[in-house]
Design a binder for this molecule. Structure first.
Ligand code: NI
Length: 178
């Protein structure tokens, strides 16, 4: 298991549309998912998408009990989500600040659907279907956007709410370089 390099915004590999996963529970997939968890945990991330480590597959991971990067966020179950499809359950959207391990040191306010259904499969090709709201829904939308070649700054409407974390949120963990 290995902490992999996280690609940063500007790298064209982050702008690709990811390919569906067709192999499950192979040694290569198990190693990839283990590396993604190691990489996410090492960076204190709330989630990570395979394209962020240069692997162009429809595979995201997310979840935490508590996270120093988002101290007020409710917990989200640790999840491996493959070949996801999102369906909003309401037209309602809300703005909240997000960060991204591919956009280190910055935060921006991003509108997201407040309630949605997500469907896909896990690492064993077992179906996942959840109706979620709030921060859980936001994390999934952010991660699945990576599979569409979208980074959160591309979703910002109000650029007066985009800036450096150390300026906008000076109380966040200073050991956290994101
Ligand atoms: Ni991200």
């Amino acid at each position: 298991m290995t902490v992999r390099e996280i690609l940063k915004m500007g790298d064209p590999r982050l702008l690709r549309v990811a390919e569906p996963v067709t192999e499950f529970d192979t040694p290569a997939m198990r190693a990839l998912i283990a590396d993604m968890f190691d990489t996410m945990h090492a960076a204190n991330g709330a989630g990570l998408a395979a394209p962020q480590i240069g692997v162009n597959l429809q595979l995201v991971i997310y979840g935490f009990k508590s996270n120093p990067r988002y101290p007020d966020a409710p917990q989200v179950p640790e999840t491996v989500l493959i070949n996801p499809v999102l369906t909003p359950l309401s037209e309602e959207m809300e703005e909240a600040f997000e960060g991204c391990l591919s956009v280190p040191g910055m935060r921006g306010s991003v509108p997201r659907y407040t309630r949605l259904r997500y469907e896909g499969v896990d690492q064993y090709n077992q179906p996942i279907k959840r109706d979620v709201d709030g921060f859980h829904a936001r994390v999934v939308q952010h991660e699945v956007d990576h599979l569409l070649g979208k980074l959160y700054p591309m979703r910002i409407k109000d650029f007066s709410k985009f800036g450096f974390t150390e300026v906008m949120f000076p109380g966040l963990d200073p050991n956290d370089d994101d």
